[in-house]
Design a protein around this ligand. Sequence first.
Ligand code: NAG
Ligand code: NAG
Ligand code: NAG
Ligand code: NAG
Ligand code: NAG
Ligand code: NAG
Length: 366
Amino acid sequence: LAADAAHRHESPPPPGLLGLWAAPAAGRSCPSCFCFATPDTVQCRYVRLLEPPDELPRAVHNLSIVGGNLTVLRTAAFAGGWARGEPVRPLGNLTLLVLTHNHIETLEEATFAGLPSLATLDLSHNPLRSVAPGAFASCARLRTLRLNQALLAPGAPPFAELLDGALLNLSLVRLELAGNRLRQLPAPWALPPGLEELDLRNNSLRALRSERLDALAALGRVRLLLDSNPLHCDCASLRPLLLWLRNATWRAPGVRRLRCASPPQLRDRLLWRLRLLQLECLDGADWALLEPGGAEEEEMETASYVFFGIVLALIGVVFLMVLYLNRKGIKRWLSNLREACRDQMEGYHYRYEQDSDPRRASPGDL
Ligand SMILES: *[C@@H]1O[C@H](CO)[C@@H](O)[C@H](O)[C@H]1NC(C)=O
Ligand SMILES: *[C@@H]1O[C@H](CO)[C@@H](O)[C@H](O)[C@H]1NC(C)=O
Ligand SMILES: *[C@@H]1O[C@H](CO)[C@@H](O)[C@H](O)[C@H]1NC(C)=O
Ligand SMILES: *[C@@H]1O[C@H](CO)[C@@H](O)[C@H](O)[C@H]1NC(C)=O
Ligand SMILES: *[C@@H]1O[C@H](CO)[C@@H](O)[C@H](O)[C@H]1NC(C)=O
Ligand SMILES: *[C@@H]1O[C@H](CO)[C@@H](O)[C@H](O)[C@H]1NC(C)=O
């Protein structure tokens, strides 16, 4: 790969880069180190990096550093630092930055300055404790931010305080907050306007509050991913969600897969197939529209059997039609057959009569 890189690009990764990464690996308890760099991609896995590498190839597209110990990320951390009012070594082509499992706790102001093309940033699996309000400043092209299992540090502030204002100026399309033990939807005032997908899978949501849902709807066309949450299936808990989904199931694309975690008698039941009766709803009136699909699907099944029957009947009718239209042909064919039989029989008779003499004579010959 290194040879390939040298051929393809005028400035291959400086030898110091690989040296820098290999050195801490050798000394530490890090048996499985894997570092490789081409002009487009730099990967560093399970190398005990203590700081972001400062000599990254200028043309790098994808940068992935996994398993280091980066604890505090300073201003322009991936662009060689900040000097005289600008990043020292901006990486103009970097679009994907993966920083999972790096013990990152602190993002200082303008951590990602000097990365003007950054579109996807993955900070999952880090114990974030402090994020400066301007940590993502100058990330004008950032579309996807992954913070899965990144809000679990003991004593860390809740999502809205941790990221207070940090996301507001971004034009994020997708925000991932899976596996963060969230008990409530994130406060919408901490979310960037224009967000299209909010991944809340594998959290601790039992019920969703309608104010939060409505505020979320006010952000635009937000879709919620809610799989693997311990949803409580009773009337009061489900009502805000189902009301919010009425006429807009696209708002929760996985809603047909959602299962109840409680109460015990509804455990593991598909939420979407519950009936009002099972939810013990007493205020039937405005729930009429909400009744999820159980009955509907049975109707669908009946409908599909009826359809199947009709198709079979049609095939039968067509078969009979073909027979009917061909009746003359069939008659002709039958009479041909009969004639052929008769010819055969006559031929046989004829031969029998001719052969009768010799056959009777044969025992005598012997
Ligand atoms: C960079 O990452 C993106 C997204 O994962 C991928 O589609 C692309 O092929 C990668 N580019 C290179 C040069 O590896
Ligand atoms: C970024 O990519 C463009 C087009 O792929 C290329 O022309 C340019 O040289 C790259 N920038 C750097 C700093 O390598
Ligand atoms: C990570 O770095 C911090 C200081 O930056 C240090 O206190 C800590 O012990 C390091 N952790 C490991 C596992 O190396
Ligand atoms: C967000 O943008 C507004 C106006 O562009 C600016 O006044 C404000 O300081 C920015 N906030 C952050 C946290 O960058
Ligand atoms: C779900 O999140 C918890 C932490 O909140 C994590 O330990 C667990 O591995 C996650 N499960 C999956 C399937 O990602
Ligand atoms: C359902 O959606 C249609 C168009 O998408 C809209 O015209 C109608 O008002 C909606 N009904 C309710 C009850 O939200």
